[in-house]
Design a protein around this ligand. Structure first.
Ligand code: TPP
Length: 536
C-alpha cells in the first residue's frame, strides 16, 4: 500500500481546504520538511520578513478567498514574534492555522529556546494540538474546522520530527472543511422580533463584520431597501450598503448620535462587539440583535436576540416593518453629518482629508481595494473613501493593531493580483513592518503605500492634548524619508510636500509596475478637531 510522510498528509489537508500558499519565517527543523512537502503539492511558501506580518497576510488571503490562512514559524522566538498577528486573527475573526516547531519528547533535557508554547497561544486560539506522532493526524481535520467555523479564528498546531517524518499508510483523499452550520432561527424569537419591528416606524440598522459575506450583504441590502432606513456600518462592514441608505460609520461616536437617537428600534445586523469602542451604550430604543453566533459579552441587553443565518433572518423579517417614517431628506442629512464632521479641522495645504481625496481621484475608476492602519489617519480614510462592496476596505478593528495595512495589502494583492491595492498608513505603523516592503517588491504586488508622514504618533498626541498633558513621548525627533526607504527595499518611492503634487505623484505611483510608496508630509493639526467632531 502507498505510504506518505506525516508532512505530506498534513499538506494534503491544507490543499483540500483551498490553501494555495503559506507564510512565515522558517526554522531549521520541521519548517524545512513542510516547505518541501508543500511545494510538491503545489502549495507555495511565501517568505516574509516578520512572523506577525505573515499571520496577517495569511489571514487576509483566507478571508478574501474563503480558504484557511496558514502561518509557519520556528519554535521559541519565531512563535513569540507571531503573537500580535495571532491576536489579530483572534480579535478580527480570521481563520488561521499557526504551525510551529516543538521539541521531540526525547529532548526533555533542552532549555534552549524553550517555553510553554501552548500556554503562550492559549488565550488567543480556538484549539491546539501537538503533532508528535502519526496518530495525531486523525485529529487535524477537527482542528482546522474549528479555525474555519464562525466566528473564525486561529488554531495552533505544534509539530515535531516524530510527527512529520514517519511514513504512514495513505488513507486516501483528505476531507474538505466541515464548517459548523448556523443554528436554525428560533420560531418564537422570530414572532417576538416581528412584533418589535411592527411597532417601529423609524428603524435604524447597525451592521458589523459578519456582513462580510455575499449572502449576508445581500440580506442587509434587502432590509435597507424594504425598510427605507439608515444603515450605519462598522469599519469592518464598510461597503455593505450603498446610498441612499448608507448613513456612515458606526464608531460609537458623536457623528451617528442624532440619527440613532431619533430611531425607535435599533437592529444589529451581524455586529460583533469586538468592533465597538470601550464606552457604554447610549441609546434607549429597543435592540433586535441578529447574529450568526452568540458572543461572550455585549454592550447592551437586546430586547430580542436571534442567532442564526443572517440572510435567512433578513428574508423572515423584511416585511415586518410596516411603514418607514424616515424621509429622503433625513437619510441624506444623516450621511451629510458624518461627512461634515470628517472635514473638521482645516489646516495646511496637505491635510489628512486631502490625501484621501487625492488618492481617490488618482485611482480613478480602477476600483482599488484599500487597507488602513490604526492611527488618526484612519478617520479620514473611513469617512471619505467610497466603498462599493464589503472587503473593499480592510482594517483591523477588533485588535486595532498598527502595522496591519502593509501586510494586509500584500495578502489582498496575492488573492487579486490584477486589482490595485492602496495601503494607507501612518509613519509609526509603517516603521513597525517596513521590512515587508521588500516582500511586496519580491512578489511584484500592484500596491501603493500612502504614508501620512507627520513624524508623530498623531492619534496618541491628540489624546495627550485632550488630557492636557505636556507634549512628550509621542513625536519622533527626526523625519523619516520613506521614499528613500522604499527604494532601498526595491519599491518605487515618491515624496510629496506640496498639495499640488498630491494627485500627479499618486497617479504616477499607481500607474507603474510593482509596489510604490508615496511619502506625504502631512500636518497633523486637523486631527484634534476631527477626532472631537467624529467621536465627541
Ligand atoms: C501595535 C500597536 N501599538 C500601539 C498601538 C496604540 N496606538 C494606536 S494609534 C497609535 C499611533 C499611530 O501612529 P501612526 O502610525 O504614525 O499614525 P497616526 O496616528 O500618526 O496617523 C498608537 C501608538 C496600537 N494600536 N498598535
Amino acid at each position: 500500500m502507498a505510504e506518505r510522510t506525516g508532512a505530506e498528509v498534513l499538506v494534503s489537508h491544507l490543499a483540500a481546504r483551498g490553501v494555495k500558499r503559506f507564510f512565515g519565517v522558517p526554522g531549521g527543523d520541521c519548517s524545512l520538511d513542510l516547505i518541501d512537502a508543500a511545494a510538491r503539492a503545489g502549495i507555495r511558501f511565501v517568505l516574509t520578513r516578520t512572523e506577525d506580518s505573515a499571520a496577517i497576510m495569511a489571514g487576509i488571503t483566507a478571508g478574501l478567498d474563503g480558504s484557511l490562512g496558514v502561518l509557519m514559524t520556528t519554535r521559541g522566538p519565531g512563535l513569540a514574534n507571531a503573537t500580535n498577528g495571532v491576536a489579530w486573527a483572534a480579535l478580527d475573526r480570521a481563520p488561521l492555522l499557526v504551525i510551529s516547531d516543538g521539541y521531540e519528547n526525547e529532548q526533555a533535557y533542552v532549555s534552549h529556546q524553550r517555553f510553554d508554547q501552548f500556554a503562550l497561544m492559549a488565550p488567543l486560539v480556538k484549539g491546539s494540538l501537538r503533532f508528535d506522532d502519526p496518530a495525531a493526524l486523525a485529529r487535524i481535520p477537527a482542528l482546522l474546522d474549528a479555525a474555519q467555523s464562525a466566528p473564525s479564528g486561529p488554531v495552533y498546531l505544534e509539530v515535531t520530527g516524530n510527527g512529520v517524518r514517519p511514513r504512514v499508510a495513505d488513507a486516501g483523499p483528505a476531507p474538505g472543511p466541515k464548517v459548523a452550520k448556523p443554528p436554525a432561527l428560533d420560531s418564537n424569537k422570530l414572532v417576538e422580533a416581528r412584533a418589535m419591528l411592527a411597532a417601529a416606524t423609524r428603524p435604524a440598522i447597525i451592521a458589523g463584520l459578519q456582513v462580510r459575506d455575499a449572502r449576508a450583504q445581500a440580506g442587509l441590502r434587502r432590509l435597507a431597501a424594504q425598510w427605507r432606513c439608515p444603515v450605519f456600518l462598522t469599519y469592518m462592514a464598510k461597503g455593505a450598503v450603498a446610498d441612499p441608505y448608507a448613513a456612515g460609520s458606526y464608531i460609537g461616536g458623536a457623528g451617528e448620535e442624532a440619527a440613532l437617537k431619533a430611531a425607535d428600534a435599533i437592529i444589529m445586523y451581524g455586529a460583533d462587539p469586538i468592533e465597538f469602542p470601550p464606552q457604554p451604550w447610549k441609546y434607549a430604543a429597543p435592540v433586535l440583535d441578529l447574529t450568526r453566533y452568540p458572543v461572550d459579552r455585549h454592550y447592551f441587553e437586546p430586547k430580542v436576540s436571534l442567532v442564526g443565518d443572517l440572510a435567512a433572518a433578513a428574508v423572515e423579517l423584511e416585511t415586518a416593518v410596516e411603514g418607514s417614517a424616515w424621509s429622503k431628506d433625513e437619510l441624506a442629512a444623516a450621511r451629510a453629518e458624518i461627512h461634515r464632521r470628517a472635514h473638521a479641522g482645516g489646516g495646511a495645504a496637505v491635510t489628512p482629508q486631502s490625501i484621501v481625496e487625492a488618492a481617490a481621484a488618482a485611482s480613478g475608476s480602477s476600483s482599488a481595494r484599500v487597507t488602513v492602519d490604526a492611527g488618526a489617519h484612519m478617520l479620514s480614510v473611513l469617512a471619505l473613501w467610497q466603498a462599493r462592496e464589503v472587503n473593499d476596505v480592510l482594517i483591523s478593528r477588533g485588535l486595532a493593531t498598527m502595522a496591519f495595512a502593509l501586510p494586509a495589502a500584500i495578502g489582498a494583492s496575492l488573492v487579486d493580483p490584477d486589482r490595485p491595492v492602496i495601503a494607507f498608513t501612518g509613519d509609526g505603523g509603517l516603521m513597525m513592518c517596513a521590512g515587508e516592503l521588500a516582500t511586496a517588491a519580491e512578489l511584484g504586488c500592484r500596491l501603493t503605500v500612502v504614508v501620512f508622514n507627520d513624524s508623530s504618533l498623531a492619534m496618541i498626541g491628540v489624546k495627550q492634548r485632550q488630557r492636557k498633558f505636556p507634549a512628550a513621548g509621542v513625536d519622533y525627533s527626526q523625519s523619516t524619508d520613506f521614499a528613500a526607504v522604499a527604494k532601498g527595499f526595491g519599491c518605487r518611492g515618491y515624496r510629496v510636500e506640496k498639495g499640488g503634487d498630491l494627485v500627479p505623484k499618486l497617479a504616477e505611483a499607481m500607474r507603474g509596475a510593482g509596489p510604490a510608496v508615496v511619502d506625504v508630509v502631512v500636518d497633523p493639526a486637523p486631527y484634534n478637531e476631527q477626532l472631537r467632531a467624529l467621536r465627541g
